[in-house]
Design a protein around this ligand. Structure first.
Ligand SMILES: Nc1ncnc2c1ncn2[C@@H]1O[C@H](COP(=O)(O)OP(=O)(O)O)[C@@H](O)[C@H]1O
Ligand SMILES: [Mg+2]
Length: 405
């Protein structure tokens, strides 16, 4: 089993998938724009590594990797990083390697195309239009009506995404969107927001997960004082969430999913209806896979590898915990000087805390708009939803990080 794995070292959690591939017996050929030295101990899982000058330059990467691997049979081309999913599909087509083709993968990458395909399958999506000009946005707004969301057609992390309640807010949003070439204009869907995550074999989930966003990502990214919380739902097959799970499974069929991770976001409206948000054919970021691992006490980095290489899945999916992650943002700018409240949390809930990764004193703050990880996070878990929820919001409210120059 010879696997080309794109970007085996970045983002950092890719190192875990590299390990997983090696552990299930694949020979892993890594391709990335970092140096081999940067991979540190991960390098030992690789049979070879090609450093390319620009990993986003698809034509260039394809030429270089073709030359590098000439004469070697390749069984899989894989990546778990969103910006490279189309490149991986182009390589599969070029070398006739099994797996999803470019047209299928575009359905997971282009927000308008994915909505069109999901809607064509009779599933509920927000009304949406694409626009490439200010006039185009206004015309779309006339047809769709307020409130709306305006966002980049290929965005990530809620960047440049705005809820607009009326004409004045749209004018303001348009002034800030000048640098975005193409946007999606959508009906704003009221309600709670959840994920639906899977590992699929032949389009069928062998693992499923639902996590709750508290609050929804757009709100979390609009107010710096919020400590965003995400909790995997232990009892995910509860009646309230079933419409979203059913929607998710049908979306996989509509888009022609084959093997690997998917990460979908969906809305649960006040009337109980599930509405599609977006989907990627890769895992969720910001530690979501760690949360899923803590939920089942498993190693999905490795089981993903087994699924995509050998079409097998060998871990119990019994859900033992609700796993909460709380992202913290410091008060003030500069370096982290003081962390308050964490000792008390440790004293009260120490047994349930599984990871504590707040930035250490003295480190520079991260840009909270650019990284979901913010200034660090705490992961905790509990078999009871209400307890996990309560502890998570204690961390959100009672732990304070202070920064100054
Ligand atoms: N049509 C919509 N209705 C309500 N909220 C939306 C809508 N589209 C996006 N959002 C909000 O904006 C966030 C970011 O949009 P999303 O499409 O997920 O893009 P990204 O790729 O940036 O994650 C969503 O998680 C959700 O909170
Ligand atoms: Mg999203």
């Amino acid at each position: 089993m010879d696997v080309v794995f794109l970007s085996p070292g970045y983002p950092p959690e890719m190192r875990q998938y590299t390990r997983g591939l090696a552990e299930v017996g694949a020979r892993v050929w890594g391709v990335g724009d970092g140096s081999l030295a940067d991979l540190g101990p991960t390098a030992r899982y690789l049979s070879g590594y090609l450093q390319v000058p620009r990993i986003m330059d698809e034509d260039d990467v394809i030429e270089r990797v073709s030359a590098w691997l000439r004469g070697r049979h390749i069984d899989r081309v894989l990546t778990n990083w969103e910006p490279l999913v189309v490149l991986a599909a182009r390589m599969r087509e070029r070398w006739d390697v099994p797996g999803m083709r470019v047209d299928t993968v575009r359905g997971f990458r282009d927000k308008k195309l994915m909505k069109d395909r999901v809607a064509a399958a009779g599933l509920r999506v927000p009304g949406a239009e694409r626009a490439r000009s200010v006039a185009g946005v206004w015309a779309a707004a006339e047809r769709l009506g307020f409130p709306l969301v305006v966002k980049p057609i290929a965005g990530a992390g809620s960047a440049d995404t705005y809820r607009v309640g009326g004409r004045q807010e749209l004018e303001a949003a348009l002034r800030r969107l000048g640098h975005v070439e193409e946007v999606s204009v959508e009906q704003y869907i009221e309600g709670d927001e959840f994920t639906f995550d899977t590992i699929c074999i032949g389009g069928r989930p062998v693992f499923e997960n639902v996590a709750a966003y508290l609050p929804k990502p757009l709100v979390a990214r609009t107010h710096e004082w919020i400590s965003p919380v995400v909790i995997t739902v232990r009892e995910m097959y509860q009646p309230r969430l079933l419409p979203g799970i059913e929607l998710g499974r049908r979306v996989l069929g509509a888009l022609g999913m084959q093997d690997g991770f998917t990460h979908m976001e969906w809305f649960l409206t006040p009337s109980g209806e599930a509405v599609f948000g977006e989907i990627g054919c890769r895992p969720g970021g910001a530690c979501l896979v760690d949360q899923m691992n803590y939920t089942i006490d498993g190693d999905l980095f490795r089981e993903w590898a087994r699924a995509v290489c050998w079409h097998a899945f060998e871990t119990s999916t019994e859900r033992r915990y609700n796993v909460a992650i709380v992202f913290k943002r410091a008060l003030g700018q500069g370096r982290i000087r003081r962390i308050e409240g964490m000792e008390e949390i440790r004293r009260r809930h120490g047994a349930w805390i599984v990871e504590e990764r707040l930035l250490p004193i003295g480190s520079p703050r991260r840009n909270w708009k650019q990284t979901l990880l913010s200034d660090g996070y705490v992961i905790l878990r509990h078999p009871e939803w209400s307890e996990a929820h309560r502890m998570a919001f204690e961390v959100a409210a009672d732990v304070t990080m202070h920064a100054s120059a």
